[in-house]
Design a protein around this ligand. Structure first.
Ligand SMILES: Cc1cc2nc3c(=O)[nH]c(=O)nc-3n(C[C@H](O)[C@H](O)[C@H](O)COP(=O)(O)OP(=O)(O)OC[C@H]3O[C@@H](n4cnc5c(N)ncnc54)[C@H](O)[C@@H]3O)c2cc1C
Ligand SMILES: *[C@@H]1O[C@H](CO)[C@@H](O)[C@H](O)[C@H]1NC(C)=O
Ligand SMILES: *[C@@H]1O[C@H](CO)[C@@H](O)[C@H](O)[C@H]1NC(C)=O
Ligand SMILES: *[C@@H]1O[C@H](CO)[C@@H](O)[C@H](O)[C@H]1NC(C)=O
Ligand SMILES: *[C@@H]1O[C@H](CO)[C@@H](O)[C@H](O)[C@H]1NC(C)=O
Ligand SMILES: *[C@@H]1O[C@H](CO)[C@@H](O)[C@H](O)[C@H]1NC(C)=O
Ligand SMILES: *[C@@H]1O[C@H](CO)[C@@H](O)[C@H](O)[C@H]1NC(C)=O
Ligand SMILES: *[C@@H]1O[C@H](CO)[C@@H](O)[C@H](O)[C@H]1NC(C)=O
Ligand SMILES: *[C@@H]1O[C@H](CO)[C@@H](O)[C@H](O)[C@H]1NC(C)=O
Ligand SMILES: *[C@@H]1O[C@H](CO)[C@@H](O)[C@H](O)[C@H]1NC(C)=O
Ligand SMILES: *[C@@H]1O[C@H](CO)[C@@H](O)[C@H](O)[C@H]1NC(C)=O
Ligand SMILES: *[C@@H]1O[C@H](CO)[C@@H](O)[C@H](O)[C@H]1NC(C)=O
Ligand SMILES: *[C@@H]1O[C@H](CO)[C@@H](O)[C@H](O)[C@H]1NC(C)=O
Length: 696
């Protein structure tokens, strides 16, 4: 397979695609070259795009998916994530795992967002029930804004040793980045009282682009949650957003309380921007590979990025003046590196991709949260019954803002009581036994051990949660569920490729339950979930357990049921882990890919250890830190804190930012006379604010 440079056919194809647009207006054409090319316009990618373009650098974002405008109401309406799900639309990559030998050989569905805004715009639960017949998993839903723990982030930093830049991954620095990305609004008094919501405003941000808030509708059972948990020994959390991730709470959600819509990377970091002539965002542009200048083999420079807008029929190319930043997510970022020839030798040779730069850690160290749900019928209204039985509130805005938010993080004392030391010893003794056998690379194995050891000897006995419990009120059956999700798996999986065609999906192998300690710990969690439902006041309104039901009682019965039912909580991380190179690391503390001169990764894939948190807030933290690191490198004297929250929407040039829908109309008009090959592509450039004005 050709590795360097463009073939003549590709150059012509690229010229055709881009050239066609020049006739209309220079502003409808992307440039030949950009300082920064960001691969993936998902959650992290749009943060990087906004922050890096607040400068004199030119920035391009390339996103595989569309702009999502035709689904905008469904994205925006929180309750639609259950009741009018995007799961079945093209906005979902709809990956499946490889067969999981320790989970009944199931191929487990792995949704991921494929749209501007990425996974943070794409959440569902209800169709999960339909697709898998597993009512349990429908508990897993969206918009949770939870944060990782202080001890976890500090353990991450310690894993970096004295690496240059490690200070950015201390709790204090990361916590500041988390705050920088958000604006917090407390609930109304009525909602706070009914839902039993407590908060500490000084833990939250006040000027960031993403809203952290609460739905404007709740249920008495949300208020019952903490009381039942307290009765089984799980306290109400006191400082969940300040790094103490344990206890019960009603979490914040990414909801904009001014109109009860989803707040995500597109609404926070793209839509409100003033026109910036140095920033372009191209949707429907799937990156197929990075092309390297081959003047040296140990420190390769990415000179261009190739992408396709028609499923690989034609390949276009854009030149890179400074850097490529991968923000394609935990599945996409390792895949782009592998298809570009950067990765483990054996994987690349099996896939038929020529080796460009050997990097054994790419795709390794994959960790995911795995979960299951106990369900009960109930004698009260649920969010699900109101929807499916046409309750009076069904069409009200406040009801449509409801999404589940009662959770608890249970730590090792909560799970194992006085036996914690015994368990820690067992985990450490098992480390060698469950070393992944899919690699023989000493570095990757050393990394597995470093992560495992940190998890067992630092995180397990810290106060941080090991199991998350979640209250679930939105099932199509009208039942209420309580889920349990494992937060720090000892089983490590991997992402790899099985083909040299970059259009083919990579293989996802989370290796669930390969280490039996994982199913044992989830067993403790799921038994606790049942116990919460059997404890007053929660139990007062639950009439009968419907799943798994009374036939599952013994530990062996539970474990069998977990092998048949457990599924992802949607939080894969660590497939481009930030670790020393000799531990199978992919990026260093400044997010630079080892062996490459100008490529970084900045998304959920770089977090080296699974965190006891949903990953959205952490991903904003990673992207904010990445932006700071990059701007400090190129503009050491400039302020690295570009402010552009909604109150700063009006532009420097005096134009008012055009509403996105109008921009889209402008785009359609603009492309009306062009070749059909352009019609399906949304070219979402911030220049459209200007184009729109010109057209008027
Ligand atoms: C169904 C679901 C529910 C979830 N619920 C929650 C929740 O409630 N709370 C929470 O905190 N977290 C939740 N998460 C997790 C969270 O959304 C993700 O961890 C986070 O958004 C990941 O951000 P990212 O930037 O790493 O990746 P993404 O947001 O997935 O962005 C990656 C982007 O890159 C694009 N891309 C991939 N490959 C290429 C390529 N080759 N070329 C160009 N573009 C490419 C993708 O289309 C995508 O838009 C959920 C995730 C899912 C899928
Ligand atoms: C570098 O790539 C060019 C083609 O792009 C090729 O002609 C040349 O031989 C390569 N050089 C090395 C050292 O591999
Ligand atoms: C951009 O360049 C101009 C002219 O050189 C300079 O005045 C300005 O400060 C620069 N802006 C930033 C954000 O670096
Ligand atoms: C609230 O958070 C601040 C900042 O983290 C902390 O100093 C303070 O102790 C917290 N207050 C309470 C009551 O927990
Ligand atoms: C664990 O969580 C409980 C609350 O559920 C808390 O009281 C305790 O301090 C936490 N820490 C440890 C080390 O157990
Ligand atoms: C919600 O309000 C924000 C401003 O806070 C606005 O930018 C956004 O367009 C609104 N969304 C909808 C769907 O009206
Ligand atoms: C895209 O290409 C892949 C492989 O080349 C093929 O399997 C797939 O069906 C194509 N998809 C579409 C929508 O054409
Ligand atoms: C790896 O281990 C699994 C059991 O976890 C086994 O089924 C598989 O055959 C092993 N593969 C190799 C290559 O040894
Ligand atoms: C595990 O970590 C501890 C420090 O937390 C260290 O003393 C020990 O040597 C490590 N063990 C292995 C096998 O790496
Ligand atoms: C890899 O590809 C081969 C050939 O297409 C196929 O037989 C095999 O099932 C694939 N493996 C995985 C894990 O997808
Ligand atoms: C639900 O439980 C509460 C106590 O927590 C009780 O007052 C109420 O009557 C119950 N509702 C029904 C319909 O049984
Ligand atoms: C790789 O090249 C870049 C730019 O040419 C340079 O800044 C960097 O120091 C080099 N890195 C190594 C490890 O040689
Ligand atoms: C608006 O921008 C100004 C100047 O750039 C900045 O000082 C201020 O903090 C910003 N306001 C918000 C709410 O971001």
């Amino acid at each position: 397979m050709m590795q360097f440079g463009l073939s003549i056919a590709q150059i012509i194809a690229a010229g055709l695609t881009v050239g066609l647009t020049t006739a209309l207006s220079p502003r409808t054409k992307i440039n030949d070259a950009y300082d920064f090319v960001i691969v993936g316009g998902g959650q992290a990618g749009l943060v990087l795009g906004a922050r890096l373009s607040n400068s004199n650098h030119t920035v391009l974002v390339l996103e595989s998916g569309g702009d999502g405008d035709e689904y905008r109401t469904r994205i925006d309406t929180p309750a639609d994530s259950y009741f009018d799900s995007l799961w079945t639309t093209p906005l979902n990559w709809d990956f499946y795992t490889a067969k999981q030998p320790n989970a009944e050989n199931r191929e487990i569905e792995w949704p991921r967002g494929k749209v501007l805004g990425g996974s943070c715009s794409h959440i569902t639960s209800e169709s999960w029930t339909k697709l898998t017949g597993n009512a349990g998993s429908s508990a897993i839903n969206g918009l949770y804004m939870t944060r990782p723990g202080k001890d976890e982030i500090n353990a991450w930093q310690e894993m970096l040793g004295d690496m240059d830049g490690a200070d950015k991954w201390s709790w204090d620095s990361f916590y500041a980045a988390l705050k920088k990305s958000e604006t917090f609004t407390p609930p109304s008094d009525a909602i706070a009282e009914q839902g039993g919501i407590t908060w500490n405003a000084s833990d939250h941000g006040t000027e960031g682009p993403i809203h952290a808030s609460y739905p404007d509708y709740t249920f008495d059972q949300v208020g019952d949650w903490s009381t039942s948990l307290q009765k089984i020994g799980v306290d109400i959390s006191s400082n969940m957003y300040g790094g103490d991730v344990w206890g019960a709470e009603v979490s914040t959600s990414c909801i904009n309380p001014s109109n009860w819509t989803r707040s995500y990377s597109r609404t926070g970091y793209l839509d409100p921007l003033p026109d910036r002539t140095n920033y372009d965002v191209l949707a429907n542009a799937h990156v197929t590979r990075l092309v390297f200048d081959n003047s040296t083999s140990t420190n390769l420079t990415a000179s261009s990025v190739e992408y396709t807008s028609d499923n690989g029929t034609t390949i276009s190319s854009v030149k890179v003046k400074k850097e490529v930043i991968l923000a394609s997510g935990s599945v996409g970022s390792p895949a782009v590196l592998l298809y570009s020839g950067v990765g483990p030798k054996d994987v690349l040779s099996d896939a038929g991709v020529d080796l460009v730069s050997e990097l054994p850690g790419v795709g390794q160290h994959l960790q995911d949260h795995i979960s299951a749900t106990v369900m009960w019928s109930t004698n009260v209204d649920t969010a699900g019954s109101i929807w499916y039985e046409d309750g009076a509130d069904k069409t009200k805005t406040n009801y449509l803002s409801y999404i589940d938010d009662a959770i608890a993080y249970v730590n090792s004392t909560g799970l194992y009581g006085s036996k914690v030391d015994e368990y820690e010893k067992k985990f450490l003794a098992d480390m060698d036994k469950y070393t992944p056998n899919t690699t023989s690379d000493d570095g990757v194995i050393a990394g597995y051990k470093a992560i495992y050891n940190t998890t067992a000897s630092k995180i397990f006995q810290s106060p941080m949660g090991q199991i998350e419990l979640l209250f679930m009120n939105s099932d199509a059956s009208g039942d209420i569920g309580i889920s349990a999700a494992l937060q720090h798996p000892f089983s490590h999986g991997r992402i790899y490729i099985n083909s040299s065609n970059p259009i083919d999906y990579p293989v996802i192998d989370p290796n669930y339950f390969a280490n039996p300690s994982d199913i044992e710990m989830l067993l403790e969690g799921i038994k606790m979930a049942r116990k919460v439902g059997e404890t007053t006041p929660m139990s007062n309104n639950l009439t009968k357990e419907t799943a798994p039901g009374s036939s599952v009682q013994t530990d062996d019965e539970w474990k069998q049921w977990l092998r048949e039912q457990a599924s992802t909580e949607f939080h894969p991380s660590s497939s481009c882990a930030m670790l020393p190179k000799d531990q199978g690391g992919v990026v260093d503390a400044k997010l630079r890919v080892y062996g490459l001169a100008n490529v970084r990764v900045a998304d959920a894939s770089i977090v080296p250890i699974a965190l006891s948190s949903h990953l959205m807030a952490s991903t904003y933290g990673v992207a904010e830190q990445a932006s700071t690191i990059i701007l400090e490198h190129y503009d050491p004297s400039s302020s690295t804190d570009p402010a552009f929250s909604e109150s700063n929407v009006t532009t420097t040039t005096g134009t008012t930012a055009t509403p996105k829908s109008d921009k889209k109309n402008a785009a359609i008009t603009a492309f009306g006379g062009l070749s059909n090959s352009w019609m399906p592509y949304a070219f979402v450039s911030l220049h459209f604010g200007i184009i729109f004005n010109i057209l008027l």
